[in-house]
Design a protein around this ligand. Sequence first.
Ligand code: ZN
Length: 116
Amino acid sequence: MARRRTGPTDVVKDLVFHRDDGRCVRCGSRDRLTVHHRVNRGMGGAREPWVNEAHNLLLACEPCNGWFEDHPLPSYEAGWKVRRPQPPDKVVVRYADGRGYRLAADGARTLVEGAR
Ligand SMILES: [Zn+2]
C-alpha cells in the first residue's frame, strides 16, 4: 500500500512562498513561517487533491497560524479560513497590505479591486 501524502509537495510550498513574497499573509512577518491550510485537511488527511494545492495554502507565521484557529469568524471573513464546501479559489483573501486577492491552483495571485 502506498504511503499517503499528508502535506503539500516542496514544489507547491515554493510556489506559495514566492506568491506571498516570503511574508505572513496576516501580519507581514518574515519570521517563523509555516504553510497554513485555508480549508483544513479534515479527518483522514488530504483526500481531495486540491487541499494541498496553492489556492488552499497561505504563508503564515506561527503566531498567526494559531490566531486563525482561535479566531475562526474573522478568519473566515478575511478568507484566511474557508468553510467546506466553498472552493478556496472562489474566496478572496485579505493580505497584510489590506488588499483582497484571488488565488489560483497554479500559484497565481490576482488583485480584486474594491475588496477589503
Ligand atoms: Zn503573522
